[in-house]
Write a protein that binds this ligand. Structure first.
Ligand code: SF4
Ligand code: FES
Length: 308
């Protein structure tokens, strides 16, 4: 059996350390960071540094994930390559990047699903979405057919769009996390005191029937990976929009019958940069790794807020 190879074409970035403008100043001055602290998020600017594209050709099988390949490169070829991951199983959401221009998770993307022939062009379809075509009309890349040299093809990797890049494939997702925190993503419920047969207070109960649970249960699957935010053309415009992930988290509590702050939560997102900024492009629905139809959920929460 011949070994197959894949080419990972990685958009790399090495930040340039900022000069310390407080030369000779207080030793307690803020440590230099290319991004500033999260408290400075509104003034966040893109870090400067060196950008280049690097090809890595390694042996791989069609069923390997892109994360498998990056780990092989990191361990055996180039220890300087930076990327982020944790669980390796689509549960933590830490490894969202752009694969062939599409936001998705490294650990769930297999080569056979994402590899493309070397000679391809990226075109924009009628809806404005990017589509990759093989100019040579070669064998179907999705079937992981190999060229004569045993190459599966090429996969292009870049940091998650819509966020400042920190290094190589690592994006700074603090803007999203800051928005989530502002929406106070925790249940605020009044419990019912349950008593024992003797009349003693036992526990607080937060009762809910299956129909009430069904209204928000799917939304609890969100792992805040940022894939929907990286796909959203409005979010990519900066502070104009709090973003689909924040609205999904807000919707999760607004639709929870136990939560007593639904009205306040709706007030919080009923702003120019909240539900009003959603343009219903629905690009956010395309790659959610947790199977949430983000665009549909957004549509429903927008309607709910407007109908009050
Ligand atoms: S809604 Fe889906 S794509 Fe968006 S942050 Fe949550 S898990 Fe990721
Ligand atoms: S590494 Fe946790 S979701 Fe991919």
């Amino acid at each position: 059996m011949t070994n197959t190879t894949v080419t990972l074409r990685v958009n790399r970035f090495a930040p340039r350390p900022e000069r310390n403008r407080d030369r000779g100043g207080s030793p307690f001055a803020r440590k230099s960071s290319p991004f500033g602290s999260s408290a400075e998020a509104p003034a966040r600017r893109r870090p400067r540094g060196k950008q280049w594209t690097q090809d890595y050709v390694i042996e791989a099988r069609p069923e390997d994930t892109v994360l498998d390949c990056l780990l092989t490169i990191k361990r055996t070829v180039d220890p300087t390559l930076a990327f982020r991951y944790s669980c390796g199983h689509g549960m933590c959401g830490s490894d969202a990047v752009a694969i062939n221009g599409t936001p998705t998770l490294l650990c769930t993307a297999t080569l056979k699903d994402w590899v493309k022939p070397e000679h391809t062009v990226v075109q924009t379809d009628d809806e404005g979405f990017r589509r990759t075509d093989d100019v040579n009309d070669a064998d179907d890349a999705a079937g992981a057919d190999t060229a004569n040299d045993g190459s599966l093809g090429v996969i292009e990797l870049a940091a998650l769009p819509g966020f400042p890049v920190q290094r190589d494939l690592i994006a700074d997702i603090d803007p999203m996390l800051d928005q989530l925190k502002k929406l106070k993503p925790a249940l605020e419920a009044d419990g019912v005191l349950a008593t024992t047969k003797d009349g003693k207070v036992d526990v607080f109960e937060y009762l809910q029937n299956p129909e009430q649970l069904a209204r928000y249960e799917r939304l609890t699957n969100c792992i805040a990976c940022g894939v929907c935010e990286g796909s959203c053309p409005v979010f990519a415009g900066g502070d104009a929009f709090i973003g689909p992930a924040a609205l999904i988290w807000s919707s999760r509590f607004i639709n929870d019958s136990r939560d007593v702050k639904a009205a306040e939560r709706m007030d919080t997102i009923d702003t120019a940069d909240g539900v009003a900024a959603c343009q219903s492009v629905r690009a956010c629905s395309r790659q959610c790794p947790r199977g949430i139809d983000v665009g549909e959920e957004m549509w429903q929460i927008v309607a709910k807020v407007r109908e009050r």
